[in-house]
Design a protein around this ligand. Sequence first.
Ligand code: HEM
Length: 116
Amino acid sequence: MQPFFTRLPLVGRLVLDTGMLIAAIALIDPRASGLTVHESVGIALGTVLFAHLTLNWPWVVAVTKKMFANLPRETRLNQVLNGLLFIFMAVAIGSGIAISREALPALGIMTNGSRV
Ligand code: HEM
């Protein structure tokens, strides 16, 4: 039996993905949103990104297995772009957490950013 989250209906997935798009746009300019909002949205996006990957894991596994086999060029390109997007997101969120000045220090977690 499939776990609950892989049975989320299409509308649920669309809401999740639209939320991620809005969050990604909001993250572009921390000065416009304020650092507290920027950091909170970034941490939330990291959590939702994890859910998004879990939901679509069957696609990731299926396409990765066929990566070097007979796969439409467009699907292969999509997979490469998705991989790069994941790496960039992980680096942005990971480095953001490392220099957090508001969200993590507010939780009592000291970071590189909280020492300056
Ligand atoms: C995909 C997620 C993220 C994106 C795209 C992103 C993007 C950015 C951008 C474009 C800047 C401005 C850099 C500059 O002007 O030099 C920035 C600064 C910053 N970000 Fe993020 N960020 C993300 C996640 C996070 C997270 C999760 C945190 C912390 C929990 C965080 C904390 C910070 C801090 C502390 C700064 C420095 C602000 C300053 O020095 O004025 N970011 N981020």
